[in-house]
Design a protein around this ligand. Structure first.
Ligand code: GLN
Length: 489
């Protein structure tokens, strides 16, 4: 190792599997209360270095853990996540706990209810440790847009963890939670999972309720899990997925046993590889790792064939038009009246609105509100927003056509491994371009899983993105599992 490599610290530690933890809790050899206490100790020890948690829900965690221990002591059958310590991205609300969305404008806001995904985790026995750092309103790819400072990548603290769910990915990578929830609008679960060497799931749009998710771009936002292995991620999705009367966009489709589905062999599956994802700009070490993963799928009995996605080149501008337009509408509600921060010195109501927004929002959020408002304004709507919606449709059709011929599509999750803190902060366009491989699935509404698929010579994780058709998470899990089982990470 070079002296440069030694200057950074690594906090990587793999959490035990859900199956192992549950067996210990059911038998009484592990107490859920002790487990929670151990996690709080580890958080206290390393959070000052990594900045992963923004707040802790200790009291609620210890009460829930005590309930689990009581059930185990009575010999009651335990629910699937009994005693499992989890963390929640700070864009999902937890009753009574601070919900900042990484923004100063929500300072002091304590929501009076639980997000559906959070409530379902807890109903399945999970122990909520706290709220996880993220880019402000989930806008970003590096976690450097958080008003509460960046998260550091546990693999190499000089590097970003990815974003916007940087805290959710880093928490699992550093064993500061066994599993976490994040949100993905254009890549915010997949890209940080890839940068930190953990598994991240983009569920189909509508598969998981968004009730209690602080909105960024409503036609794109999804809630999904992070875990240290594919089977655990599948178990988590099974718990949080399914219809919710509180979210009208939520699908009534039945929820399969994703964990059992992930156990099925992949022999005979057809895997598509789009040439457009292996073009200019792809880091050669990332390419080499993904090619190894593809070879492993071939060795496991999959047939691998090229697919064509020529509209991929329009995906980044299309995504940034739609996402910013919807964000400009969603963020109108933060006006100093209803939530959080209010500027102290204003003479008129209109001054109070503008001072509160000016002081409360960070630079990137303001940039996006301006871009989105412009794209939606009279005279420009047809040229920008409408055009972007038309291209979005073409991209979705490209995927639908491809899924007539293949069961899953594999690509790199991101064009590079985790970059250095500060490397792209001066150049928003370079930051946006790094989302090239993740935004297409976001626009198309399809599902996917990112799974660790090797490392670079410097030891940085590389993630493979496995995409599948709408509501076909089972296939994505199976393929990701085969890559994991090949042991190349
Ligand atoms: N990096 C993308 C953006 O900034 C995606 C963020 C996300 O998925 N929330 O919009």
């Amino acid at each position: 190792m070079s002296s440069e490599a030694k200057a950074t610290e690594s906090f990587v530690e793999k959490p035990k599997s859900l199956a192992a933890l549950r067996a210990g809790i059911q038998s009484g050899s592990t107490k859920a209360t002790d487990l929670a206490a151990r996690y709080f100790d580890r958080i206290a020890a390393i959070n000052p270095r990594l900045n992963v948690y923004l707040s802790l829900t200790r009291e609620r965690a210890l009460e829930q853990a005590a309930r689990v221990d009581e059930m185990a002591a009575k010999g009651d059958p335990l629910p699937p996540l009994a005693g499992i310590p989890v963390g929640i991205k700070d864009v999902l609300v937890v009753k009574g706990a601070p919900a900042t969305a990484g923004s100063k404008i929500l300072e002091g806001y304590r929501p009076p209810y639980d997000a559906t995904a959070v409530a379902r985790l807890e109903a399945a026995g999970a122990v909520l440790l706290g709220k996880l750092n993220c880019d402000e309103f989930a806008m970003g790819s590096s976690n450097e847009n958080s008003a509460y400072g960046p998260v550091r990548n546990p693999v190499d603290t000089e590097r970003v963890p990815g974003g916007s769910s940087g805290g959710s990915a880093a928490a699992v990578a550093a064993n500061m939670a066994v599993a976490t929830l994040g949100s993905d609008t254009g890549g915010s679960i997949r890209q940080p999972a890839s940068f930190c060497g953990v598994v991240g799931v983009l569920p189909t749009y509508g598969r998981v309720s968004r009730y209690g998710l602080i909105a960024y771009a409503s036609s794109l936002d999804r809630v999904g899990p992070f875990a240290s292995n594919v089977r655990d991620a599948a178990t988590l999705l099974g718990v949080i997925a399914g219809q919710d009367p509180k979210d009208a966009t939520c699908s009534p489709a039945p929820v399969p046993d994703y964990a059992a589905e992930s156990d099925k062999p992949v022999a005979g599956l057809r895997i598509g590889v789009p040439a457009e994802y292996f073009a200019e700009g792809l880091d050669p070490e990332v390419r080499a790792a993904i090619e190894k993963g593809i070879a492993a799928l071939g060795a496991a009995g999959c047939s691998v064939k090229p697919v064509s996605m020529p509209n991929t080149k329009y995906a980044v501008p299309t995504y940034y038009l739609i996402a910013t337009a919807e964000a400009s509408a969603n963020l109108a509600r933060f006006d100093g009246v209803r939530y959080g921060y209010r500027s102290p010195a204003s003479d008129t109501l209109s001054d109070m609105y503008s001072h509160s927004r000016d002081e409360g929002f960070g630079a990137e959020v303001k940039r996006r509100i301006l871009l989105g408002t412009y794209a939606l304004s009279a005279g420009y709507y047809d040229a920008y927003y409408l055009k972007a919606q038309q291209v979005r449709r073409l991209l979705a059709e490209e995927y639908l056509r491809a899924f007539n011929d293949v069961d899953a599509i594999v690509t790199p999750t991101a064009p590079t491994p985790a970059f250095k803190l500060g490397e792209k902060t001066g150049d928003p366009l370079a930051m946006y371009l790094a989302d090239i491989y993740t935004v297409t699935a976001s626009l198309a509404g399809i599902c996917g899983v990112t799974v660790p698929c090797g490392t670079t010579a410097a030891g940085l994780p590389v993630g493979m993105q496995v995409l599948a058709a709408h509501l076909n998470e089972s296939t994505a899990f199976r393929v990701a599992r085969a890559v994991e089982d090949a042991g190349i990470y």
